[in-house]
Write a protein that binds this ligand. Structure first.
Ligand code: HSE
Length: 360
């Protein structure tokens, strides 16, 4: 299968690099670049070249501009090509239209990378809705603002300096007011709620960001054992729903209070599953490229029905790979987990293992 990648920034490059190094039957046919930038033979400035090439099965949108992305995605879908996108602004802007075209053309529009970075939230929502009625989706959905809050709270950092750091690390949008103003979260919660509730939400809901947050406000909440996180919130009752984006007061005993740096945490509430919380890097080139690649390979595997998940490795158990220390009956021991459990069994004592891989 051949794919075309739109954009050659950090994410577009990562995708090309990964696919070029892959032995499966999938190739980059084109990379769409801005005028004057198509310097390699596989690059083009002409989107029609991609559209008119029947060998291109998937168009991967790694652009950041809203209207350009929307236009390319729409034309690709109308041309009968699968589309994979990370562009939350373009998707939130026209999700209903694009999904309707994809359904009519019987092609896939996949958008795992649009929300929650590398967290497999879209596929988890889809899978969960097979058996659950989802009544809420909410969470920390912006890596940049979480990075700023975490650094302000835990290191006493300055808001503006930390935003600059987030920009340098590739977390922030080209216009970071979308991150701190809550509009990036707005796009993401619209996409996730629409998916979770099997219908399209509209954009008329309250959005408030963290621009006015000060160290003093954070300190006041900290004194009460609380913290502040910028959250996208959605609730639903049958066909009724409400959405919002707002800095929320979070108790220190809540998991969300402990989400560090550029990570996100998203919660689904379902009638059978109860709460599911997913956590991982919500922003950055590599996490975003990873989510796009998973969508690409999901289409590739579904089109190539003979390509199924395979247990192709011969695995070997190496107990020395799990070493640490343990308190057994009040005494501290060092060793492999296998050795330590044996000691506990011999002594008929409770074991508390400190695993360096897990207890960081
Ligand atoms: N600017 C976004 C964020 C990038 O900080 O979460 C990932 O969507």
């Amino acid at each position: 299968m051949k794919i075309a990648v739109l954009g050659y920034g950090t994410v577009g490059r990562s995708i090309c690099k990964y696919i070029e190094g892959d032995s499966r039957d999938i190739q980059i046919a084109y990379v769409l670049r801005r005028p004057g930038k198509a310097t390699e033979p596989f690059m083009t400035e002409d989107f029609d070249e991609i559209l008119n090439d029947p060998s291109v099965g998937i168009v991967v949108d790694a652009l950041s501009g809203k209207i350009d992305s929307y236009d390319y995605m729409k034309r690709a879908l109308l041309a009968g090509k699968h589309v994979v996108t990370a562009n939350k602004a373009a998707l939130a802007y026209a999700m209903e239209e694009l999904c309707t075209i994809a359904a009519k053309k019987e092609v896939q529009l996949k958008y795992e990378a649009s929300s929650g970075g590398t967290i497999p939230i879209v596929s988890e929502i889809i899978s969960t809705t097979h058996t659950n009625y989802l009544s809420s989706v909410y969470g920390i959905l912006n890596g940049t603002s979480n990075f700023i809050l975490d650094k302000m709270i835990n290191e006493g950092s300055d808001f503006a300096a930390t935003l600059k750091e987030a920009q340098e690390l590739g977390y922030a949008e080209a216009d970071p007011t979308a991150d701190i103003g809550g509009f990036d979260v707005k796009n993401k919660i619209m996409i996730l709620a629409s998916t979770a509730y099997h219908g399209f939400v509209t954009s008329d809901f309250p959005v408030s960001g963290i621009e006015k947050l000060t160290k003093e406000i954070l300190d006041e909440y900290a004194a009460e054992g609380k913290t502040i996180k910028l959250m996208g919130i959605s609730v639903r009752n049958d066909n009724d729903y409400a959405l919002g984006v707002v800095p929320c007061v979070i108790g220190k005993d809540q998991l969300e209070a402990h989400v560090p740096l550029n990570n996100n945490m998203i919660t689904l509430v379902g009638d059978m599953c109860g709460e599911i919380k997913l956590y991982g890097q919500g922003a950055g080139g590599s996490p975003t490229a990873d989510a796009l690649l998973r969508d690409i390979y999901s289409i590739f595997n579904s089109v190539n029905v003979d390509v199924e998940f395979q247990f192709f490795r011969k695995l070997r158990y190496v107990p020395e790979m799990l070493k640490g220390s343990a308190y057994i009956g009040g005494t501290k021991y060092e060793g492999t987990l296998e050795e330590l459990v044996k000691i506990a069994e011999e002594k008929n004592q409770f074991i508390a293992f400190e695993c360096p891989e897990i207890c960081k």
